[in-house]
Design a protein around this ligand. Structure first.
Ligand code: NDP
Ligand code: GUE
Length: 350
């Protein structure tokens, strides 16, 4: 369902269309216009890589917000089809421990997103001094609750808790975050299939697919190796037949390695770390980073920026995700998709 793409051009035209040109070309009925960062919707992305001869070329902006909306529409249709056919409504349980503001915002956004597609959301907010045992009890209850098809424990957990114990307790059939070691292990093994793929890396790959950006045979560099983003992103890219390098805090020459990449996934948590000079001309950039930086001109007093210096990157890359509006909305869309998949699998509904 969601993997079918309206954006994918036939593979033979993909390479042609993704090659940036300084001369306008014409594809079908739409003549090519120079597009700035506020670019066209995905349905016309195929024609938006070209720049006029007189203007500097800029990267295509990969619109995660728009793609996520499209995926939510697809999910909503499937949710109602299942409800009508077998009377089952997918359910997602979210466990939030502590009072981190950013976590509370994410959980609220997830709840809103569930409502928008007709998925039931159950939420439990526990105080920061909750014991690990109490959290395990909630997980056990949701594991046994037939109305719950997905369980998400919001990370990070308070430091007195053992994250491994908690994540291990989620039944793998309900592990919609894809963080259970058995799901990650299967993701890493050839010929094995995880029940769920972690949402953020899955969203990155989905964006590449939906924009017709081929991965096979490409050099990819993932910056960051966390269990929730960098490591599974590298595994997924490898499954898609990219040749993958992973850069981390102990890498001695990150700039040089990154400059070799056709595809860069940055998941570091360092604002604007990846500069224009790190980027090979025409590389594709997926910026996962979400970093608050002071901004007195904003009503919140801060703004969000990525791990990639957007202003510099947009002049060098062929395509880039913005922050906000790039990977973030896709993470939530993939969570909904995983929850739907889980409900279908548990109920043997195709
Ligand atoms: N858009 C979305 O949906 C999501 C966004 N995020 C955002 O993505 C970013 C990364 O998140 P997450 O993976 O959880 O972060 P972690 O802090 O868990 O991991 C960061 C990784 O980056 C590496 N790193 C840190 N500093 C450097 C450096 N100077 N040079 C090279 N590598 C470095 C670390 O290396 P080492 O392993 O050596 O310590 C580590 O592997 C954050 O900004 C986060 O907010 C996260 C989840 C979802
Ligand atoms: N168990 C678990 N699973 C997660 O998937 C998980 C987690 N814990 N802990 C924290 C990180 C972070 N994360 C984000 C999800 C959506 C946006 C998102 O929607 N961002 C919007 C804007 C957000 C805003 O404006 O504040 C955007 O980038 O456009 C961001 C970050 C999921 N995470």
């Amino acid at each position: 369902m969601a993997s079918s793409s309206i954006f994918n051009p036939p593979s033979s035209t993909t390479a042609l269309l993704l090659r940036r040109t300084r001369h306008p070309i014409h594809v079908g009925p739409t003549s090519l216009r120079f597009l700035t960062s506020q670019s066209a919707p995905p349905s016309s992305h195929l024609v938006s890589f070209a720049a006029s001869a007189t203007e500097a070329s800029v990267a295509k902006v990969i619109d995660g917000k728009l793609v996520a909306k499209q995926i939510r529409d697809e999910i909503a249709a499937e949710v109602s089809r299942m409800k009508e056919a077998v009377g089952v409504i997918p359910g997602l349980a979210v466990i939030l421990v502590g009072d981190r503001k950013d976590s509370a915002t994410y959980v609220r956004n997830k709840k809103k997103a569930c409502e928008s597609v007709g998925i039931n959301s159950l939420e439990v907010n526990l105080p920061a001094d909750t014991t690990e045992e109490q959290v395990l009890n909630y997980i056990s209850g949701y594991n046994d609750d037939p109305s719950v098809h997905g369980i998400l424990v919001q990370l990070p957990l308070p430091s007195h808790m053992n994250e491994q114990n908690v994540l291990n307790a989620v039944r793998i059939e309900k592990d919609v975050d894809g963080f259970h070691p058995l799901n990650i292990g299967r993701l890493a093994m050839r010929g094995r299939e995880p029940l769920f793929v972690p949402c953020t890396p899955k969203g990155c790959i989905e964006l590449l697919h939906r924009y017709g950006i081929s991965i096979k045979g490409k050099r990819a560099v993932v910056i960051g190796r966390s269990n929730i983003v960098g490591m599974p992103a590298a595994l997924l890219l490898q499954r898609e037949d990219a040749t993958v390098s992973v850069v981390h805090s102990r890498t001695s020459n990150p700039e040089e390695i990154t400059r070799q990449a056709d595809i860069i996934i940055a998941a570091v948590g360092q604002p604007n770390m990846v500069r224009g000079s790190w980027i090979k001309p025409d590389a594709v950039i997926i910026d996962v980073g979400i970093n608050p930086v002071d901004d007195p001109s904003s009503s919140r007093g801060y703004k969000l920026v990525g791990d990639v210096c957007y202003e510099e990157a947009i002049k060098v890359a062929s395509a880039i995700t913005p922050v906000p509006g790039g990977v973030g909305p896709m993470t939530i869309a993939m969570l909904l998709q995983n929850t739907l998949t889980s409900a279908k699998r548990i109920n043997s509904f195709q």
